[in-house]
Design a protein around this ligand. Structure first.
Ligand code: ATP
Length: 772
């Protein structure tokens, strides 16, 4: 297969993070004495002991963590509010963990008085592991620290106060309920349950209820009515959703003075990681608990707010020091994670956002060169001045200079490039991109420098990751998917389409028949009961035909069944991609749109269905495509089982195991880091996603100005996503941008083009027109 070579871009200077960190460690003891962060706070605290302080920092240095002055200020911070704001990889989580350890080991604060709130369960587990490795913290001590997510902390609170309501953890069940309520309400307009649930959630995240929703139009009144009914249904069923967990805990804390006082006494130090993604109700909960002692430490980065659809807003972090005027603000600006060129690329990308607190990350200066930190942009500029063959990477903003040009087809051999330098590829399609990544992963592991587990592949959405996951699986490379727990072909949107293909070959496939019934607006249980009863009396070659006698159906529905059967018979012998297109055109796109569609889900759905068509395009027959999809589903299930098994039995040191390539959406990669990162699909319509560039109907916009603002906000969030993605890489970063996506010629992501100095085509044509 023909492959494109990864082309080296960015700075020519290579900084190898591991050695960089070691160099710092060798300066270890000096900072204890020389740091400009004198332990003033520590001295003021009665429990401060300079010997313990020195011992702690010395031990930390021995672990290759030499805190810089700013980090040290935060770690030694005694009492009162503290905001630590910084860019990616600058040690926010490290600082938070070190401060927790410092409080325990140096200040002798009992471990149980600490409450650490993290964003995900994975982050909470990692925090405990991290703490257990820090100086003066035994495993038992680490275990006794409350490191939790907001939800787990709040749910524990509810359970302890006797609330035994069932937690609705299955979004499918919630959607079905809303769908039923919509039907019962006899609404005049079409609404998709996801949109309604997201709308409700956005209110609850802001401490509002369904009753607070506006009623100025028919749509608003209908939505409000259905959502109030949904809330009633939950109350009657003694069930609560994730938002309720937070809201109920908040109410409990606001109303029960004694409970609040107990918690305030218990948790004397409250620390929140990833604060930029905290929503109002979460923030208020933290403020209540930290209300008395005011020992609230928050760390975050406004450039990494990527969950605004969950009600997160960078406002909280940006206005923290206004709410707490006595807050100490510590800004970290040295990135310890990534090479200079990777940091430079991150800086160049995020600079395109207007709504942010300006900050530029630097990298630690090599010991032999300077005592100060060197600018990552400076690294790129230095490359320009040198005789390096890459000196065309001239201006600081040109971290990926030349990226606007399409890369020529090169060789059969995927070049791995040089450590530290971002690499860029412009394969023709997602399939070629996937082959290129597989070849590179193989080479990286064969080189002996990396294990599979050191490598991550990041994608914008499940659809844009499909090709790479399959290609790696086909090559027998172990992968670990951090997804929904099923394959692409098994997702709820894709299953009914696959069911039609299956029935075309296996007319009596009962499971497939059941899966496609909702597309005929036939209740699954009732429909299958009827079909099975009829079959036992008189079996048919096409059991679906029994629906034409189903008394519950009206004549037009019976006609639809016949029409559907004609379609199913016709697709058996055509190419699978054509078959899927016919299914979509005949009814499925419309069905999906009215039953599941709407902004932004409509765009995501279209993307998934287009992806299905693209995948099927590789096969000549429906049979071959189905066999492939089943094989992929099996391999993915096997991989999941294996990982589950390993998690239970894991005892060997992880570094000795090859591990699995980590596959996840960019959203899931937040807070994580990997020696090697592949960012796939850096292409217009994927990044930024089409839902941001071509919103069908602005979320809540009422005026053109508001619509424009919402669009800009959506695009800025997409840019933050790419920033998060590239800054996950420590040593090697590969960014690729397929030239054709779902059969359409597609430009390189505007974010990369802008970072590399090339204007985005939309702006290019604008300026050309203006010049005429
Ligand atoms: N002072 C230091 N000396 C050496 N290594 C450090 C130091 N501070 C942080 N690191 C390392 O830098 C990397 C990034 O740190 P960390 O994950 O805490 O950053 P972060 O700001 O929370 O990142 P992000 O916001 O991007 O998730 C980690 O590998 C960490 O061990």
């Amino acid at each position: 297969m023909q492959q494109y070579r990864y082309t080296i871009t960015g700075a020519s200077r290579t900084v190898e993070p591991a050695s960089m960190i070691r160099r710092h460690a060798s300066q270890a003891s000096s900072h204890v004495l020389a740091s400009s962060s004198s332990p003033m706070d520590a001295e003021n605290a009665s429990s401060y002991d300079p010997k313990r302080d020195a011992r702690f920092l010395q031990a930390l240095d021995e672990q290759n963590v030499m805190l810089n002055d700013q980090q040290l200020q935060a770690v030694r911070h005694g009492e009162g509010p503290l905001l630590t704001i910084a860019g990616a990889g600058s040690g926010k989580t490290t600082t938070l963990a070190c401060r927790a350890a410092y409080l325990i080991a140096v200040r002798r604060v009992p471990a149980r008085q600490l409450l650490l709130v993290t964003f995900s369960r994975k982050a909470a587990d990692e925090m405990k592991l991290r703490l257990a490795g820090l100086p003066g913290i035994s495993t038992t001590t680490a275990k006794s620290i409350e490191a939790r997510t907001f939800h787990s902390f709040c749910l524990q609170l509810l359970r302890r106060r006797g609330n035994q309501s069932a937690v609705l953890g299955d979004p499918g069940q919630q959607r079905m309920t809303v769908k039923r309520l919509l039907r019962e309400a006899g609404t005049t307009l079409d609404y998709e349950p996801e949109t309604l649930l997201a709308l409700l959630s956005s209110y609850k995240c802001r401490l509002l209820t369904a009753s607070d929703m506006p009623e100025s139009s028919t749509a608003e009144r209908e939505m409000k009515r259905v959502l109030i009914r949904y809330e009633q249904w939950k109350a009657e069923s003694r069930a609560i959703d994730f938002d309720d967990v937070l809201l109920l805990a908040h109410r409990m804390l606001s109303e029960d003075e004694q409970l609040l006082a107990t918690l305030q006494e218990r948790f004397r130090y409250v620390m929140v990681d990833e604060f930029q993604d905290t929503n109002t109700v979460q923030y208020e909960i933290v403020r209540l608990i930290a209300g008395k002692q005011r020992n609230l430490m928050v760390v975050g980065d406004d450039d990494q707010t990527i969950y605004s659809f969950n009600g997160a807003s960078a406002d909280a972090i940006l206005s923290f020091d206004k709410l707490y005027p006595d807050a100490r603000v510590v800004t970290l600006s040295v990135n310890y994670r990534s090479s200079a060129a990777i940091v430079g690329l991150g800086n160049a990308i995020i600079r395109g956002n207007r709504n942010r607190r300006p900050k530029t990350l630097t990298v630690p200066a090599p010991r032999e060169e300077a005592a100060s930190h060197s600018s990552a942009d400076g690294e790129v500029a230095a490359a320009a001045a040198s005789d390096s063959p890459l000196s065309h990477a001239a201006a600081p903003s040109a971290a990926l200079a030349g990226i606007g040009a399409e890369m020529p087809a090169a060789s059969d051999d995927a070049s791995l490039g040089t450590i530290g330098k971002p690499m860029f590829a412009r394969p023709a399609t997602s399939e070629e991109e996937a082959s290129l990544i597989t070849a590179s992963v193989r080479k990286l592991v064969e080189s002996g420098q990396y294990r599979y587990g050191d490598i991550a592949v990041l994608y914008r959405s499940a659809g844009s990751g499909r090709a790479t996951i399959e290609n790696l699986l086909q090559a027998g490379i172990p992968v670990e998917e951090h997804g929904e727990g099923y394959s692409f072909y098994e997702s709820s949107l894709i299953r009914p389409v696959m069911a039609h293909l299956r029935i075309s070959l296996h007319h009596r496939d009962k499971q497939a028949i059941e899966e496609m019934l909702p597309t005929l607006y036939v209740n699954r249980d009732a429909g299958m009961k009827w079909i099975n009863e009829q079959e036992s009396e008189r079996a048919k070659k096409w059991p679906l035909i029994h629906l034409t006698n189903f008394p519950r159906l009206q004549q037009f529905q019976k006609d639809q069944v016949l029409e559907r059967l004609r379609l199913i018979k016709a697709i058996a012998s055509i190419r699978p991609a054509t078959a899927i297109r016919r299914i979509r055109d005949a009814f499925f796109d419309k069905f999906a749109e009215t039953n599941r569609g709407g902004t932004p889900h409509k765009e995501l759905m279209k993307e998934l269905l287009d992806e299905l068509e693209t995948s099927a395009g590789r096969f000549d027959t429906v049979e071959a495509f189905l066999a492939f999809a089943d094989e992929m589903a099996k391999r993915q299930a096997d991989a999941r089982d294996k990982q589950k098994q390993e998690r239970y039995t894991a005892s060997a040191a992880p570094e000795t195991e090859p591990g699995s390539v980590q596959m996840m959406t960019i959203h899931k990669s937040k807070g994580l880091e990997f020696p090697v990162v592949f960012v796939v699909g850096a292409t217009e319509n994927i990044m930024p996603h089409r839902s941001a560039t071509q919103p069908q109907q602005p979320k809540q916009a009422t005026t053109p100005e508001k619509a424009a603002r919402e669009k800009e906000e959506a695009i800025e969030e997409e840019r933050r996503l790419l920033y998060v993605a590239v800054t996950r890489a420590r040593e090697r970063l590969y960014v690729s941008s397929p030239a054709f996506y779902h059969g359409q010629k597609t430009d390189i992501s505007r974010f990369l083009a802008e970072a590399g100095g090339a204007p985005h085509p939309a702006n290019r044509s604008k300026s050309a027109a203006g010049g005429r």
